[in-house]
Ligand binder design. Structure first.
Ligand code: HAS
Ligand code: CU
Length: 543
């Protein structure tokens, strides 16, 4: 890969890390607040409220850290998989700057306390137009990233008409095909409802319609975050762990199934919303169990692949292989620990999706418990693990300290175990999410919240240490490491190779067609009904 290409990828990752440093720094303040230690007064005048901090935490972590990392990593995976130059480096940089302008606008609105609306941007809360325009630019940026990737693929395909697409690139394509369709919901929401209302062109918005548009994108966005981690787990980790991918065709099947099944499930975020038919909620609940399936396939394939690696390295017995994995390689340790946490997050996800159980846990601390194990661990800890080899590869500088990186991975694991346990538990005890619990009078009526809140506080504290270990490791590698890195891009071989994959898996039109049909079935009746009862209410700034 050429130096200029490496530089482009590296800059996407640097901005991702900068965003994480901002977003995640605010996390421990929330966790400590739940444990009864309110440090917000010390953040003034930069952060004026718990809710402003929470909005910045959500946006910078799940929207900016993820999106920039993914844009860099999947662009990389496309080029390195195909061994083909990027279609247009210039387009790559234009995209980068559009996205930077976007986070500039959004960041300004958030930090000036003009957008305390949470990362879900729920109306009738009204943010400054800069907030919505900025996020719109970031989404437009992702479309341009995908265009560059698709055009690179097309150029490669012309010279290789019958070859199977290399697995990592296949995963990058599947991710962006899915995302480009999925992101139309938030585009519709922002362009037709939130931006006009924010400018005062319309008097208000219909919160229910806006929420439906939001979750049209808001569920599949979690797979936009997850699939790049799957790309690494399938196409790279087996090699790094010292073994082979169990089945390449099974990996492709899992990845491609996300295209049709990711979108028509968004109503599982709206089970408690009035005005949407119970029947359609049930359809989305059932389809959520369908989209669970490719992740279950993934768990199977990964376990078999890791077992293959552990046995190749001399592991014996039912579990002995697990301890023989390359635990001394931080890239491997971080990603296997991420898988373990993600498996627990997947379990709480299926509980969320189960209609009746959702009524118990919805809007409680259980839900942030769930997503800290999924996006906060499965995805984030994986991206950290990837950066332990990818940053050295891109910069040519050896990882500064393997030991610090290993400590980082294990502390993230420990911190998230405690935080995840505490939040799920608090949720079961009825503690609401997105609430400044320490200031809530009813807290005194619930003494049993004490222990789980403590777990949240301690977990958050450990995570703060872990975050700074990560940032120090990265900064030291980029600035101070003097030894040259000697890194090969990991490309896992497979026990059952790509030659066994039916070509149907690469017929993108079939999968896109299936996605369009299923999405239309899943959403058209509900959207038509919501439009027929369009009921705008005034937008509010409540802070
Ligand atoms: Fe979720 C809410 C259902 C996956 C993120 N989710 C959220 C929110 C976020 C989020 C951010 O049905 C909150 C949104 C908000 O602010 O309101 N979620 C699911 C289901 C899945 C799922 C069924 N979620 C994710 C992923 C996320 C994510 C992935 C981010 C990346 N989620 C819900 C529902 C809600 C929800 C409801 C609404 C709740 C409410 O009421 O508000 C599934 O896709 C999960 C499938 C996962 C698995 C696990 C497979 C395990 C693997 C690892 C293998 C491990 C190995 C190592 C091999 C089936 C692949 C093992 C080694 C050994 C030795 C054991
Ligand atoms: Cu969802």
């Amino acid at each position: 890969m050429s130096q200029p290409e490496r530089r482009l990828v590296a800059w996407f990752l640097y901005v991702a890390m900068l965003a994480l440093s901002i977003g995640a720094t605010l996390g421990p303040f929330q966790a400590l607040e739940h444990a009864g230690i309110n440090l917000y007064p010390y953040l003034a005048p930069f952060i004026r409220s718990y809710y402003q901090g929470l909005s910045i935490h959500g946006v910078f972590n799940v929207l900016v850290w993820t999106t920039f990392f993914i844009s860099g990593f999947l662009t990389f995976a496309t080029m390195s998989g195909l061994k083909h130059p990027l279609y247009s480096l210039k387009l790559g940089w234009i995209t980068f700057w559009i996205m930077i302008a976007g986070i500039g606008l959004t960041g300004w609105a958030l930090f000036s306390d003009n957008a305390t609306v949470m990362f879900t941007s729920y109306p009738p809360l009204k943010a400054h137009p800069a907030y919505y325009l900025g996020l719109t630019l970031v989404v437009v940026g992702t479309w341009l990233v995908s265009a560059n990737i698709f055009l690179t693929y097309r150029a490669w395909r012309r010279d290789h008409p019958t070859e199977r697409t290399p697995l990592a690139t296949f995963g990058a394509l599947a991710t962006f095909v899915m995302w480009d369709i999925a992101s139309l919901g938030i585009a519709a929401e922002f362009l037709t409802l939130l931006i006009p209302a924010s400018f005062g062109i319309t008097q208000g918005t219909d919160p229910l319609l806006a929420r439906a548009f939001f979750w049209f994108t808001g569920h599949p966005i979690v797979y936009f975050w997850l699939l790049p981690a799957y790309v690494s787990w399938y196409a790279m980790v087996p090699k790094q762990a010292g073994g082979k991918l169990f089945s390449d065709p099974l990996a492709r099947l899992a990845l491609v199934l996300f295209i049709p099944f990711s979108i028509p499930v968004g109503l599982h975020h709206q089970f408690t919303d009035p005005g949407i038919s119970e029947a359609w909620k049930m359809v989305h609940a059932a389809l959520t169990f369908v989209v669970f399936f490719p992740s279950a396939l993934t768990a199977f394939t990964l376990l078999a692949s890791l077992e293959n690696a552990g046995r190749a390295r001399g592991g014996r017995g039912w579990f002995g292989w697990f301890f023989k994995l390359r635990w001394d390689d931080p890239a491997v340790a971080a990603q296997v620990l991420a898988m373990l946490l993600f498996a627990a997050g997947g379990v709480s996800g299926i509980i969320n999706a189960s209609y009746d159980l959702n009524l118990m846990v919805h809007n409680t601390a259980w839900v942030p418990g769930h997503f800290h194990l999924t996006v906060g661990s499965g995805v984030t800890l994986t991206f950290m693990g990837i950066s332990y080899w990818l940053i050295p590869y891109l910069t040519g500088r050896k990882l500064w300290s393997r030991r610090v990186a290993l400590w980082q991975a294990w502390t993230w694991f420990a911190g998230m175990l405690l935080l995840g346990r505490g939040l799920h538990w608090l949720g079961l005890l009825g503690a609401p999410r997105r609430t400044m619990l320490g200031a809530a009078a009813y807290r005194a009526l619930n003494p049993e919240w004490g222990l789980p809140s403590l777990l949240v506080g301690v977990g958050g504290g450990i995570l703060a240490v872990s975050l700074y270990l990560y940032l120090v490791e990265m900064a030291a590698t980029i600035w101070f490491s003097r030894e040259p890195a000697d890194i090969e891009v990991p490309e896992a071989e497979a026990v059952s190779g790509p030659e066994h994959a039916p070509f149907l898996l690469e017929r993108w039109r079939v999968w896109i067609g299936a996605a369009v049909v299923l999405t239309a079935i899943g959403y058209v009746p509900t959207v038509v009904q919501l439009l027929a009862h369009f009921n705008p209410v005034a937008s509010l700034r409540v802070w």
